[in-house]
Design a protein around this ligand. Structure first.
Ligand code: NAD
Length: 737
């Protein structure tokens, strides 16, 4: 029998080698068809007496990335359609649906013939769960081999037996740690956790897997054997009595109770370990059905899985533009940002001309990239040879002539209109026709800068975030005259350096910084009201923000905040900023010399390591302090999320951001907006625009007019609309635009 996604070859020993290799896909993923074919293969191998055992592997360089978008999306649309008819029937049908994968894996586990997973590359999610249902697991040794159950990162959990099998192979603490964080394991770590039987050199993988079968591997999972004992002894042991009472508290400390899926993992393991395996699978299935119906799962899967992939694959790329081949990228300005941009560009295999005012400055930038390479080699992310090859791609120079064969030039010189103007002119003098010029400015509107260019149609903004090596987002900014080709080149470049782009129209602060400034401004408001600083920071973290607003301000630099406030006054007048904010920041910078982390003094004190930073005690003397019991922490949380979400809504209303996916993904990747909400607009859609408008009205009465809901929000509340409904990214209007 032949299959679309698999090949099956049975050798002389009766070992069937099942190779998963989906046509026209760069990575194997689970789809409904894949599961059907897998079931058919199982039936065929069971029925065929000549088959003694099965080795399951992948024909791609990775093993599998787990579930496919289309499968997840169809599950949600199926459930939502059914729910509209009858919610109870819908839940029952969803329960049945989510049990299919788990049921198939259990059939593999109990089929009577040994199966061995031969893991040749990254193996994630449902693919690792499949491997765990095999009787043997061998992985190739190599940097490219990572094993993970990362479902919690998109609001769900391993629901195809993962919670039960991991917790029966390794101790409960390691199992919980692995699944509640979604961390990646090296083959060695997975072997040490007893999740693998062997780790072997890549070229011996299949042979080692086959040998396990030839050596008489028993086709019975340990938990199906009589007398099976859970590692560590299960729930009713002294060790478990140490672990289990603390586990929910630790989880709460890490997640502030915002992630129902993480808690469900604890429940699955705790309850599942006390019952027979098939009952445990049913417990998992019930919790999985419950979690899939949470708004957190829906929003996180949409933003962090589906939208992120779609944007990464060029959802906003204009049609009809040829794919860009990057012969060379020029980076002008070899400072803090330029050096990092050169690094990520070279890491993508593109030659870079790194230009600065003189050779020495350019060399300094390359040396900076060298430091990053050194750190990556130290952490084992690059080999020394790879690091050297990367650095060889970066040519430091003061000669603009080096840009004459560049496909794209990115400038990262001082944030000064005149300096940038001079650089644009110099670059244009040598840049070949058709090459694109991008600015990494963080505050200067692109349309204004493009006025200095001869070909504004080829002028665009590519806004990076610091630290560039780590931050996954880039904001691509369209000036009024930016053309489709420039956009295509920018998006091809962002894809090449493996970051996620959002495309926004030109405005002061673009999208991300506009939202971030609101976050920091609200913390200034709270300080001025006398809210204790520690409550401000904690409330933000309880709301799901990864970094408190005061700590963030220290990272960004408080003198930069002052500069931005002053520039806003200069450009838009005094009314454009809150004088109390200006007073606070001026006092910090000009009187107290507190610039942030960079001079070791900001809202926090930064003592030498290993001591930890702590809030500057004097900050409490700036304003009369409220008693903690008089401050409602829930309201503080709402204020942070609402002020950012309102700003995101404004950017949509103004036509700055045109696609809700970009507002959501940009808010999570750009500044960590409470990921469990699915992003700034999903936060509004999740509670309903009507409820959000009511919340904003209440907040504006209590805390000021900056919370007033906008006309668009009011109209949407009246019509009972959502952002994803009104600005449907898949709708005909949007696609035509
Ligand atoms: P920086 O001061 O570290 O680096 C600027 C570099 O530009 C210096 O090496 C300087 O020698 C060089 N330079 C100045 N004039 C030049 C000229 N005429 N020709 C060639 N080189 C010249 O500054 P930075 O922090 O890297 O910022 C650079 C740009 O990136 C700014 O526009 C800034 O707004 C933007 N940006 C910064 C950040 C950040 O976190 N620092 C984030 C996003 C964007």
């Amino acid at each position: 029998m032949s299959y679309q996604n698999f090949t099956v070859e049975t050798d002389a020993d009766g070992i069937a080698l099942v190779t998963w290799d989906m046509p026209e896909k760069s990575m194997n993923v689970f789809t409904a068809e894949v599961l059907e074919e897998l079931a058919a293969i199982l039936d065929a191998t069971v029925a065929d007496d000549a088959v003694k055992g099965v080795v399951f592997t992948s024909g791609k360089s990775t093993f599998s990335g787990g579930a496919d978008l289309s499968m997840i999306r169809s599950m949600f649309s199926f459930y939502n359609a059914e729910k509209a008819k009858d919610p109870d029937v819908a839940a029952a049908k969803l329960f049945e649906l989510v049990g299919r994968m788990s049921g198939l894996y259990r059939r593999i586990e109990t089929n009577g013939k040994p199966w061995v997973a031969a893991i040749n590359g990254t193996c994630m999610g449902g693919a690792l769960e499949l491997s765990l249902a095999c009787h043997g697991r061998v992985a190739a040794d190599g940097k490219n081999v990572k094993l993970a159950l990362p479902e919690v990162k998109v609001g769900i959990f391993p629901g195809a037996g993962g919670t039960q099998r991991v917790a029966r192979l390794t101790d409960a603490q390691s199992a919980l740690q692995m699944m509640t964080t979604g961390q990646s394991l090296t083959p060695q770590r997975a072997r040490a956790m007893n999740l693998l039987h062997q780790v072997v050199p890549a070229d011996q993988l299949i042979e080692a897997a086959k040998q396990m079968i030839r050596d008489g591997l028993k086709p019975v999972a340990p938990w199906d054997e009589r007398g099976f004992k859970v590692p560590g002894g299960g729930i009713w042991t002294p060790a478990a009595a140490q672990l289990w009472p603390a586990a929910p508290a630790i989880l709460r400390r890490e997640t502030a109770g915002n992630y129902p899926a993480a808690l469900a993992i604890l429940k699955c393991v705790y309850e599942g370990l006390q019952v027979p395996f098939d009952t445990a699978l049913r417990i998992e299935q019930r919790y999985f059905t419950e979690i899939l119906r949470t708004k957190e799962a829906f929003a996180m899967i949409r933003s962090l899985f589906i939208s992120m992939q779609e944007l990464g694959k060029g959802a906003r790329r204009p049609a009809g533009q040829p794919k860009t081949e990057f012969k060379k990228v020029g980076v002008v300005g070899a400072g803090f940002m330029g050096a990092a941009v050169a690094y990520v560009t070279a890491a993508a295999g593109i030659p870079v001309a790194l230009v600065d005012r003189d050779q020495e400055a350019a060399e300094k930038g390359k040396a900076h990239a060298g430091e990053t390479v050194k750190a990556a080699v130290g952490k084992g992310r690059l080999t020394t040879d790879e690091g050297n090859a990367l650095l060889d791609l970066i040519t430091p120079t003061a000669d603009y002539g080096a840009l004459s064969d560049a496909t794209l030039v990115i400038e990262a010189v001082f944030e000064d209109r005149d300096v940038k103007k001079a650089v644009i002119e110099k670059v244009e003098a040598v840049l070949p026709d058709g090459a694109v010029f991008a600015s990494n400015t963080s505050t200067l509107p692109i349309t204004g800068l493009a006025k200095n260019a001869k070909r504004p149609v080829d002028f665009i903004g590519i806004h990076f975030f610091s630290p560039v090596e780590k931050m996954m987002l880039t904001e691509v900014i369209l000036g009024k005259e930016t053309g489709d080709r420039a956009l295509a080149v920018a998006l091809d470049y962002v894809a090449k350096i493996r970051k996620t782009p959002i495309v926004v129209n030109d405005t002061r602060g673009f999208y991300v910084n506009r939202c971030v400034l609101r976050y920091m401004a609200e913390s200034y408001n709270m300080l001025v009201e006398g809210v204790p600083p520690v409550m401000i920071e904690n409330a933000a973290k309880f709301a799901g923000m990864p970094v408190g607003p005061l700590a963030l301000n220290d990272e960004v630099a408080i003198d930069l905040s002052l500069k931005i406030l002053k520039a806003t006054v200069a450009d838009l007048g005094e009314k454009a900023v809150d004088p109390r904010h200006l007073d606070l920041v001026t006092r910090l910078v000009e009187t107290e010399d507190r610039l942030g982390r960079k001079n070791g003094k900001g809202f926090y004190d930064y003592p030498p390591k290993p001591a930890k930073k702590s809030l500057w005690p004097e900050l409490k003397t700036f304003y009369p302090q409220k008693k903690p019991e008089d401050v409602d922490i829930e309201v503080l949380k709402e204020r942070f999320l609402a002020t950012i979400a309102l700003e995101a809504a404004r950017t949509i209303e103004e036509g700055i951001v045109t696609d809700p996916r970009e507002a959501d993904v940009g808010s999570i990747l750009g500044f960590g907006f409470a990921p469990y909400t699915g992003g700034a607009l999903s936060y509004i859609d999740g509670m309903g625009v009507k409820a959000f408008v009511a919340l904003c009205e209440k907040l504006s009465e209590d805390y000021g007019p900056h919370f007033r809901p906008t006309p668009l929000l009011k109209e949407m509340a009246e019509k009972d609309e959502t952002f994803y409904g009104r600005f449907d990214p898949y709708g005909p209007k949007h696609l035509a635009a």
